[in-house]
Design a protein around this ligand. Structure first.
Ligand SMILES: *Cc1c(COP(=O)(O)O)cnc(C)c1O
Length: 230
């Protein structure tokens, strides 16, 4: 299958899941995760109507932006963010999904050029409590969100998570439900977050069932990722 038909099949699955789980039409946005794939694939997806693209590796993303500068694309940084990368993320991306500390949020805000709208951010939550995963602990979300929402130059949009892998649908739903409940609790405490960035190729439907507003899909759109060189 080519990129266009894979993309169509993913958007159909999103529509079906919205219907099945009582979500409003178009309440779930598709972020096409293009990391490791060449710029040409992004061009194909764009020709088929896709405008949101997610990248994990800064230098690779900057190279693609240059190659695709003739297109009007919305770039999302979805990888973990190291402090020494914040300037270029603040200058080149509209969204950062992997914000994992107040320090990183503050740097993104300070380094966001005045000529641009505030950068949209999601706090990454280590929802399954895995040691290997980046993200803030669930019980610190409200405290950290309260600080982060005051920072100029950024707009706190919501929460993001990559749960522990499970092949079972009901098991997949649990961490997503937990993330949704955290968002609801934060909003009851005065935050105004509207985004749940959750769900990847293997667990997209479970995430939509639990309220995802952005699903981040790589493999099901672009195929298996080639091994990264070097
Ligand atoms: C790679 C990646 C994805 C996409 O994963 P697929 O399983 O290929 O759909 C989504 N989110 C993050 C943070 C990723 O790093």
């Amino acid at each position: 299958m080519n990129t266009k038909s894979r993309l169509k099949s993913v958007t159909n699955r999103i529509k079906q899941a919205e219907e099945k789980y009582g979500r409003s039409p178009d309440s779930v946005q598709l972020l096409a995760v293009s990391k490791v794939h060449p710029a040409e694939k992004i061009r194909e997806a764009h020709a088929a109507g896709q405008t949101w693209f997610g990248e994990n590796y800064l230098q690779e993303a900057l190279d693609k932006m240059e190659q695709l500068s003739d297109l009007d694309l919305d770039w999302h940084f979805i990888g973990a963010i190291q402090s020494n990368k914040t300037r270029q993320i603040a200058e080149h991306f509209n969204w950062a999904h992997g914000v994992n500390s107040i320090k990183v949020a503050r740097r993104l805000g300070e380094q966001r050029p005045d000529s641009l709208d505030p950068i949209n951010i999601c706090l990454q939550v280590n929802i399954s409590g895995e040691e290997s995963k980046s993200g803030i602990s669930p019980d610190t979300v409200i405290t950290i969100a309260r600080d982060v929402m005051q920072i100029p130059g950024i707009k706190l949009r919501g929460l993001m998570a990559i749960p522990e892998y499970s092949a079972d649908f009901e098991q997949q739903r649990k961490p997503f439900r937990k993330l949704r409940e955290l968002l609801e609790q934060s909003n009851q405490q005065g935050m105004e977050m509207d985004t749940l960035s959750m769900g990847m190729s293997g667990d997209m439907e479970a995430a939509i069932a639990e309220g995802a507003t952005i699903v981040r899909i790589g493999t099901d759109i672009f195929g298996e990722r080639p091994k990264k060189q070097g």
